[in-house]
Every structure is written in C-alpha cells, then in structure tokens.
Design a protein around this ligand. Structure first.
Ligand code: G3I
Ligand code: 9MR
Ligand code: ZN
Length: 604
C-alpha cells in the first residue's frame, strides 16, 4: 500500500530554483506535474493521485501523514538490512538524539545519536551525521530529529534496489536508435525506427550507412567515446558481478535467447560502433549527429541530414579497447563475432600506432552538437593496449603498456579519462603478462588516489567523495571515485573503509545530498522529474530510472545560470528540463550507477 505523502520543502535551493527558467511546465516541487507523469502504470496512478490531491487524507486510517522538512536527508529508496545506514541533518546547533519511526504507525523503533556539527563546505552549511546501521528490521520508516523535523520515508528490505537496478539497465533499450522501441517495454516513449538515412562523411560527398546504437543522452547524437564508456561499464559489471548479470530475462526483446541480456544490450551499441570504423585505415569516426540539436521532438522527427564527424584518436582508442574486451567476453556465445571484434580492435590499434601525434577532436565549425573534445589520447591508448595485451599476450602491447606506465599512472572512468579502465585491466592480467614492479606501481597509485577520495568522504558533511569536483555530470565523478575505492578494496580487502565510503555514494545519489533529491528519476520520494530528455519531453512522460548529471558549479546553461546564481557548488542543481548542465541524463551517467549498485548489492 502506498503511503500518502506531503512534502514541505524548506531546502534553500528549492526556493531559488523556480526563478529564472522559462516556464515550460517543469516544476521544482515534489509532486509530479502533468508534464512528468512517470512512465509506468503503478506510478501513473501515484502521480495522478498526488496531482489531484485525492486521498491525501489516507485510505488506511492508521497511516500517519508524513511531513519531510528537506533538512533531514538520507537515502530515500532505502537500505538492505545489514547495510550501512546514515542520515545527514542540516543545522549547526542541534540536540543530538534522533529517532526512527515506523512510517505508518509513528511507533518509535530505534534511537540514535547524531555527531557534529560537520562542515559541508561545498554546500556552504553545517550538518550533523547519524548512523543507524545497527537497526536491521525490514519495514518503512522515517528519521525524526529533536526539533520534530523528519526525513523522507525509506525502506529496509532485502532486494531494496532490485527495481531501480532493472530500470537503470532498461534505459539503454529506451535509448536504442534505428529500430522500433516497443511500447510494451517502454510505454509512452515508444517509437519507430529513427535516424535511418545514410550519413554524410564530413567534408566529402560520400554517404555511409551507420544505423543503430544508443542515443547519447537528452539529445539524439551517437558518440563513440560516450558509448564506449557505457559498454566498458556493462562489461565490468558482467565480469565482476556475474550472479546479477548472467540473467537472460530482464525483459528486452532478446531476453531468452541464451545470451545474458546485458551482453545483448551492449552488442546493440557494438554493432553500430563497427560501422563507425573506416575500413580503409582502421581509424574510428568520432560521432554521427545532425549539425545542430533538434527541438524537443521524438527521435523519428529529427530528419535533417546526418553527418559523420572526422576520425579521432580518442574514439579509435576507446573502440580498440572495448572491441578487445568484446572479443574475450562474447567468445563463449558467438565465436564469429569474437573473432571479428579482435580483428577490428587490432586494426584500430594499428591506426593509432601510425598516428602517434594526432590532434584531439574538435567540432568542425559547421557542427554544433556535443563535442566530447579531449586533446589527450594517451589514456585511451594505454587502456586499448592493456585490453589487447589481455586477449593476445603479444609483446608489442606489453612494450607499449610498460612505456605508458613509466610515467604517471593515469586515472579516470569517464568519456574523457579512461586511465582507471586500463588500471583495472592491468591488475586483472594473468601474472605471466604482468610486470611485478609495474603491478605494484599501479596498485600503489590507485591506493593513493583512492585515499584522496576516502578523505573527501570522511571530511564532507554529506559523506560525498567529490571534494570540490562539482562539474557538469558530477554524478559520474561520484561513481568513478567510488569505483576506484572499490577497485582498491578488491585487491586490499583489509581496507574496509573503501567499501563503506563507496556505499555512502549510493546514499548520496539517492537523497543524502544538499538538495534533498534522489537523482534517479522515479525512485525515492523527491526525485528528479523534469529531466532534459527529449523523448520524455516530447511524450509528456518521464522515463523511470535515468540518472541526472547532478550539481554543477559551472552552471553552463542559461536556466541554471540564472536560477542558481548564488548557489554554492553542491547546491547548483535544478530539477528543470531546460537545465541541461545539471539535469540532463546520459547513457554514461546510468552505466556507472549500474556498476556501483551491482557492487553494493553483491557485497551484502
Ligand atoms: O576537465 C575539466 C577539469 O579539469 C576542470 O577542473 C573542470 C572545471 O570546470 O572542468 C572540466 O572540464 C569539464 C568537462 O566537461 C570534463 O568533464 C567542462 O568544464 C565541462 O563543460 C564539460 O562538460 C561536458 C559537456 O558535454 C559540455 O561539453 C560534459 O562532461 C559532457 O558530459 C556533456 O556531454 C553532453 C554532450 O556534449 C551532448 N549530449 C549530452 C551530453 C550530456 O550533457
Ligand atoms: O539539448 C542539448 C543537450 O543535449 C546538450 O548537452 C547541450 C550542450 O551541448 O545542448 C542542448 O541543446 C541546447 C543548445 O546547446 C542551445 N540551445 C538550446 C538547446 C536545447 O536546450
Ligand atoms: Zn535515433
């Protein structure tokens, strides 16, 4: 039975957040608006009920009406019974006790003590922290503090993240381009094949068929470095958490074909990527898009000419890396594809070798879509070399890796910095392919870097690992930093703090943050509703399970620039559909959450 809910949002950003953005029906309040009904039957009922206010008084007489203040923040989805459970309370002069109440009956079930005040520097405020990990009884609860303010409700149960993980995965199917996206799976954003015309190779009169792949984000561009990031995350989730991802029954069209669904989904992107390689040279084109972003239309309505942007060294390096991984991972299921993947990966590598000083990608003057500019391809080359070494054992890759690691160890798990993918692959190599001294060097460097993030968690009021890195897509950094901590924990199991700190980032993403939002659409109570996502906007139905970019001190869109003018970095988030620099969604913001959640679920 659904709890009736009334939210009084007192968080400071929420009062400023309505100013300055054109009113397009987007809302910053917690109740879904007509524009943003959730795209599932059950949730549509929920949205409709809260819109009309019907039954707010309650259908179940004993249910207490809850009233969150926005000052008591925690994971709004909830916790697995044995997991770490925390709460962060805004304030600098609070009485330390807090209570857990049964959300329905108001019965007190646990008493705890807050510690603090602790500074949340990037949010420009002081907070208290509470830990109720010892409370393990399944149920629905709220945390209440001494001044009677309370949290959003949360649940404790086994499998509490199962639905959210499923929706986070299904997002990739919803982003498929060039095919029918079925209504029975996606509801209102169903569409027919889109972007099916041949694309012009920039600067030539030639056209090429490059159908398929995933739409990148809130736009319909298809970008190789972005796609490779998501594929790598899926592959890592599949290899590190096989118990979760061997499933063949999530509910995509390929379910039941004997191949794990996550590999079917990744294959959809890989098949497109194969078309993005120039057969003559092995170089890989950076992206295919129209020359401008379209309006807020469904994908089939973007019918302008598609243009293939020039080859870039970063796209070529990422392509080589994920194809090398694919040749290993798909071999038990599809030998022919595995062979093909290895062949094209090697060919891409040869291109890189022949072009050691190639410049990074820059948008040609006529093309205004996402640039994914990155002037340094050394991390992509390093990652590709390690993955190729892993599958071939060839000396030339070993030599390249040794040379690459003679300098600083690179880091990063994002579209622009791929070093940690390379490091994770290096640490996983068979000993015969590793150099013992280099392995130590990589692990030491990982520990040092992970310690920086651990220290961020320990010193931040919201236990966030970002430090001052509140950039465009900060939620990706939250996950990347957490994943480095998990990688260190994998090789140094005694470093338990690393695991705990990674867990804290799931809580951050699901509501334990300075803006009181669950950044995952449709999950939690005060969740992102007005995503910058064209299918959601064009169909007036918010897709469930999309991860927002998150707080961004750069505020690089006019909406955020105005509405968040005076907001500190950790509060520079606005749930408005025009704020693409804080509230867009992207495939490579979902995929790291997919990995991190899988890790947390498996770790319990
Ligand atoms: O790397 C620097 C860092 O050194 C510096 O400290 C920091 C301070 O601002 O900036 C970092 O650079 C940022 C860069 O992303 C790397 O993360 C830039 O400021 C920031 O403007 C840039 O934002 C990118 C944005 O496109 C604009 O180019 C986002 O990462 C990227 O996710 C986003 O991608 C867009 C696509 O272009 C189009 N499709 C949607 C997608 C999501 O919004
Ligand atoms: O919708 C676009 C989004 O996907 C990009 O991330 C963003 C930055 O490149 O740009 C968005 O498009 C906007 C464009 O840059 C400026 N005019 C308004 C467009 C839609 O909001
Ligand atoms: Zn499309």
């Amino acid at each position: 039975m659904k709890k009736k809910y009334l939210a009084l949002l007192l968080a400071s950003t929420m009062t400023v957040s309505v100013m300055g953005c054109a009113s397009n029906g987007a809302s910053t309040a917690s109740e879904p608006t007509s524009e943003s009904e959730i795209n599932s039957e059950e949730a549509e009922v929920e949205a409709a009920e809260s819109e009309t206010g019907e039954n707010i008084e309650t259908k179940e007489e004993e249910t207490v009406m809850r009233n969150a203040s926005g000052n008591v923040n925690l994971n709004q989805i909830g916790f697995m019974p044995k997991a770490r459970k925390t709460v962060v309370v805004r304030g600098d002069n609070l009485s330390p006790e807090f209570r857990i109440l049964d959300a329905k009956t108001d019965e007190e079930v646990f008493k705890g003590t807050l510690t603090g005040p602790v500074e949340a520097k990037e949010a420009a405020e002081m907070v208290y922290q509470g830990d109720f990990s010892d409370f393990t009884t399944p149920g629905n609860y709220v945390v209440k503090v001494s001044n009677d303010e309370e949290s959003y409700p949360f649940e404790i149960k086994d499998g509490v993240y199962d639905d959210v993980l499923k929706e986070i995965f299904l997002f990739f199917y919803k982003q498929r381009c060039g095919c029918e996206v079925e209504e029975s799976i996606v509801g209102k954003i169903a569409h027919g094949p889109c972007h099916t015309s041949d694309a012009q190779l920039y600067g030539t009169k030639e056209y090429k068929e490059v159908n398929g792949g995933w739409h990148d984000a809130g736009d319909y561009g298809r970008y190789v470095v972005a796609g490779a990031t998501s594929i790598a995350d899926m592959f890592m989730a599949y290899e590190d958490f096989p118990e979760i991802w061997k499933t063949d029954s999530v509910g995509i069209p390929e379910s039941g074909n004997g191949i794990p669904d996550i590999l079917d989904e990744a294959r959809y992107e890989l098949d497109w990527m194969l078309k993005m390689q120039d057969e003559a040279t092995g170089g890989v084109y950076h992206k295919v898009t129209c020359i401008d972003f379209p309006g807020y239309v469904m994908p089939e309505a973007e019918t302008k000419k598609l243009v293939i942007a020039p080859i870039s060294p970063t796209a070529t390096g990422d392509f080589a890396a994920v194809m090398a991984m694919a040749s290993r991972i798909y071999r038990p299921f599809d030998k022919e594809f595995a062979n093909k993947a290895l062949e094209v990966a090697k060919k891409a590598w040869d291109y890189l070798e022949a072009n050691p000083n190639m410049e990074g990608f820059k948008n040609p003057p006529e093309i205004h879509t996402g640039e994914y500019g990155d002037g340094d391809s050394s991390d992509e080359r390093y990652w590709a070399a390690v993955e190729l070494l892993k599958v071939t054992g060839e000396q030339k890759y070993k030599d390249y890796v040794a040379k690459a690691l003679s300098g600083n160890v690179p880091f990063g798990l994002g579209w622009d910095t791929m070093g940690t993918y390379g490091n994770a692959a290096y640490l996983s190599l068979d000993e015969s392919l590793q150099d013992a001294a280099l392995k130590d060097k990589v692990l030491e460097a990982c520990k040092n870097q992970a310690n920086v993030y651990l220290n961020n968690v320990k010193t931040d009021g919201y236990m966030c690992d970002l430090g001052d890195n509140y950039i465009w897509g900060s939620n990706l950094s939250v996950c990347s930093f957490a994943r480095l901590m998990l990688l260190v924990n994998k090789y140094c199991p005694e470093m338990k703090d690393m695991y705990t700190a990674a867990y804290d980032q799931i809580s951050y993403l699901m509501g334990q943050n300075a803006v009181s939002y669950s950044f995952i659409s449709g999950f939690g109570t005060n969740y992102t509703q007005n995503s910058h996502h064209r299918p959601s906007l064009a169909s007036s139905s918010l897709v469930k399970g999309m991860v927002a970019g998150g707080p961004n001190g750069g505020k690089q869109d006019p909406c955020a620039g105005k509405a968040l003018k005076d907001a500190p970095p950790a509060k520079s988030y606005i749930d408005h559909s025009e704020s693409y620099s804080t509230n867009e969604v992207a495939i490579y913001w979902n995929s790291p959450v997919l990995y991190l959640l899988s890790a947390i679920i498996s770790g319990e």
